[in-house]
Design a protein around this ligand. Structure first.
Ligand SMILES: [Zn+2]
Length: 296
């Protein structure tokens, strides 16, 4: 009798386990985890010189750089998929979006290439996470390898509500307005420092350590790729811990141009010139303010 009850009890537990796992399985298939990947070249392992390596189809070592970037992207796609991503969209974010090729991009990724794309990078709230690969730090960052903010020699400083930002900051804030958390970055140590100031728990693959703006200690390409794969997998496994970066409005974007730049900006509602080199762009949120200045 006692034994029979035990069997029944076990049966009930087994049934509960089966029902439970069925529910989880249904939940997982219903919930896709789509990841948007912003790619750039200056933060990739082995890259230290723009003229030599980064100008599409002009730099003598461009083809090598393209391969290094592609290797890092594909390692990240592997890691993201291992960590639970169901879809990865890779945006070719370096210099006018003409670097990557469908010949050698990860077969499970979808490539967004060419320009123009929407000023908000074709992002929407269907994405579960955003990651950066090959990312450099903002203009003026200490020991930031090839550090710049959007324009290589046009922008000195950008502030959003008095916080200094570069491409990382602006895009973390952009993603936040769509409810997308930024979970991972690969790049040099200065870029990792920058993401951690905004998203302290972000996974970061440091693939090189700047000595100056144009010199660096770098991991080998295979070592960089395995680190990136590992960090990408961890980031997806930890996805539930992340929250989108929310910037409550109104927002003020202040841009100080370099002496070399001659920005063609007409003052109008929400746009004001503060001094010879500095302009301010105001809006109800980051998107409205930023788009008065530039696309993301
Ligand atoms: Zn860039």
């Amino acid at each position: 009798m006692a034994r029979m009850c035990m069997y029944r009890f076990c049966g009930l537990i087994a049934l509960a386990v089966i029902l439970g796992s069925t529910t989880i399985a249904v939940g997982q298939t219903a919930h896709t985890k789509k990841v948007f990947m912003i790619t750039d070249m200056e933060g990739v392992d082995g890259i230290f010189n723009s003229e030599l390596q980064c100008n599409p189809f002009q730099s003598p070592r461009f083809e090598e750089s393209r391969k290094l970037l592609t290797g890092e992207i594909n390692a990240a796609v592997d890691g993201l998929m291992e960590g639970g991503a169901t879809e990865v969209v890779v945006w070719d974010g370096h210099d006018a979006s003409r670097t990557l090729s469908t010949l050698d991009i990860h077969p499970k990724a979808r490539l967004l290439m060419g320009s123009p794309v929407s000023s908000t990078l074709e992002l929407n709230s269907s994405y579960s996470a955003l990651v950066f690969i090959g990312q450099h730090a903002m203009a003026g960052a200490e020991k930031g390898v090839l550090a710049h903010s959007y324009s290589s020699d046009g922008v000195q400083n950008i502030w959003v509500n008095n916080k200094t930002v570069g491409e990382i900051g602006a895009r973390v804030m952009l993603a936040g307005t769509f409810g997308i958390p930024v979970v991972m970055l690969s790049g040099d140590a200065a870029a990792c420092k920058e993401i951690h100031e905004l998203v302290s728990q972000a996974e970061c693959a440091e693939v090189k350590w700047g000595v100056s703006r144009t010199a660096t200690f770098s991991l080998s390409h295979p070592a960089a790729c395995s680190l990136i794969r590992e960090k990408a997998r961890r980031a997806m496994e930890r996805l539930a811990e992340f929250k989108p970066y929310v910037l409550s409005g109104p927002v003020e974007v202040k841009v100080q141009f370099t002496t070399k730049a001659t920005p063609d900006i007409q003052p109008r509602a929400g746009i004001e010139q503060l001094d010879e080199r500095t302009w301010v762009f105001r809006g109800k949120d980051i998107i409205e303010a930023w788009l008065k200045y530039s696309s993301f």
